[in-house]
Design a protein around this ligand. Sequence first.
Ligand code: PMP
Length: 396
Amino acid sequence: MTVTQFPVPVSSRMAAVRGSAIRDLLTLTARPDVISLAGGLPAADLLPRARIAEAVAEALTDPAAVQYGETAGSARLREVLAAHESARQHRPLQAGEVLVTSGSQQALDLVARATLDAGDPVVVEDPAYVGALQVFQAAGARLVPVPVDAAGMRVDELADRLAAGLRPRLVHTVSTFHNPRGVTLSDPRRRELARLADRYGFLVVEDDPYGLLAFDGAPPVPVAAHGTRVVRLGSASKVLAPALRVGWLTGPAEVRAAVERLRQGADLCGSTLTQLVAAELLADTAWFDAHLARLRAAGAARAAAFTGAVAELLPGVTCSAATGGMFCWLEFPAGTDTAAALPAALEAGVGFVPGSAFAVDGGLESAARCCFASHPEGVLRTAVQRLAAVLTGRPT
Ligand code: PMP
């Protein structure tokens, strides 16, 4: 019998999907001697394990907790999320208008698959959230980068491109405490973006896992409050725990229906158990508010320690102003190649993500994303000392 050497099939779309430098880096930075500023990991000491354990025990008294559930998510969680999103979006939302997903990453993936045909233009921010780039590349989209400045996406530049004929299907924005840039879309730009969506017929994908981590306790009014052509994504990952894998979306009924149908084929349904846990924790408002206050206070103290150490130990480096979320964006002097410096940094015991990992079409070589949320203040200072030793030649 002759054996034919068929190639193992991989779709042609895969050629366009970049690996995530960040997920690859997580392996390197997991070494115990490395202080990792690379991953967007919520602080281990602030993950509410004891409260989760209580909620799991309570949920398990009901056999439904370990059964398959509805594709759109547990009714109880959808109710709780509808109340939560009604307050955020300043308009009443019913439980049926919220779709639960396996993390907001799944929502992003299903929205892309539900709305895009191959070759469709999708506007992304530059620098971009890498998980969004992967999703849009996998959907065969044509990425159209729009720059980000200190007030978020340059919506004026988007308006110019639209006026010149650009007709995107989707415009993706991490509107609040941007990953990786750390900035927040200003209120006038939010309103203008919603207006442009109505005028030109695209959908805004407002990707907002960080909004509740506003250090001043006042998350900005979402883009979704300003218009109806907005698919808004939320997540329990940064405010409860990533391992729950609970995310959600609100948006036009057509998108919700398509996403639900796709999810039937993707994974049938999410974990009933973790959805019940998320529902219990989010509905326990006294506990949740106190928990959020702890996260915000720790985040603010850590961000202040990190930015203070950068100002002191890395002269000539600009650092984004941190007002919430988890990330600072560092810009080293022109000519610095942060990707080239990374192996030496890891050797010196500190990890970060080079700016080039977030660039849509190349560039950003002299920038770096640093997560300030994962470590206490003293550890962050040591991390910056190590960065300074590698990137400025200063001794630690
Ligand atoms: N959107 C953004 C901007 C993120 O930073 C992340 C997580 N890093 C996600 C979505 C996905 O998070 P999750 O799936 O845990 O909700």
